[in-house]
Design a protein. Structure first.
Length: 227
């Protein structure tokens, strides 16, 4: 089932999305952007995938760049809300003084991997799209708009769990963590070459199982390290 985009507004504020048509266009764009380069995907491709026309895309979104922005923000809102809810539940359970780094890392990663490992094809499309998008030169503003509120709460909680982390090291460590998360769904088949096919590029559960202790150990070691 498609996620409604009623909470997203274009930058110029000219309309809210309040019909099913924008969602169909977003679904089509999300599908194609996750599989093809953004530059090579045309509005005509997206319109064809959505069984619509280019005029409808222009009417609802204006430009391809604005359509891409809407694709990212549509589910970013949901991901961020899930992460903040998990963080709040954990803090209520153990108190701020009782927080530990590994449960915090799991709480941040789990909503993303729920998309990757779930049965919803659209969720996997979004995860792949996000993993492609974050490396674009002009992605920072949109990523910040969609994800910074939750990210700042987690960064603060990481420092609470590991007082040895200073502001710079926790921010850099957080960036490293994001890089490993996104790289895990990139489908890079080099891992198959390195292991003679034993490890599979699309075994996302295996990536998750390794990522949690890997990232936990990294943050823990940084907190212990005294320059």
């Amino acid at each position: 089932m498609s996620t409604l985009a009623s909470g997203i507004r274009l930058k110029d504020g000219r309309r809210r999305y309040n019909t099913g048509t924008p969602d169909l266009l977003l679904d089509a764009a999300e599908y194609l952007f996750s599989r093809m380069d953004y530059e090579s995907t045309t509005l005509a491709d997206i319109a064809k995938q959505a069984n619509a026309n280019v005029g409808q895309i222009v009417y609802h979104f204006g430009t391809k760049e604005e359509l891409l922005r809407a694709c990212i923000l549509r589910r970013a809102v949901i991901l961020s809300q899930q992460r903040m809810k998990l963080l709040e539940s954990y803090q209520q359970l153990v108190g701020r003084q009782g927080m530990q780094i590994e449960p915090l890392i799991r709480a941040y990663m789990d909503p993303f991997f729920a998309l990757v490992l779930g049965e919803d094809d659209q969720g996997r499309d979004y995860a792949r799209l996000l993993a492609r998008f974050v490396w674009r030169e002009n992605a920072t503003e949109i990523i910040a708009e969609g994800f910074n509120e939750a990210a700042m709460l987690y960064i603060d909680s990481f420092r609470q769990a590991l007082p040895g982390l200073d502001e710079d090291s926790v921010a850099r460590g957080f960036q490293f963590m994001l890089g490993t998360i996104y790289s895990s769904v990139a489908g890079d088949k080099r891992i198959e070459l390195l292991t003679d096919g034993v490890s599979k590029a699309r075994d996302y559960q295996a990536y998750y199982d390794v990522l949690v202790p890997f990232v936990t150990a990294g943050f823990t070691r940084m907190a212990e390290h005294k320059p």
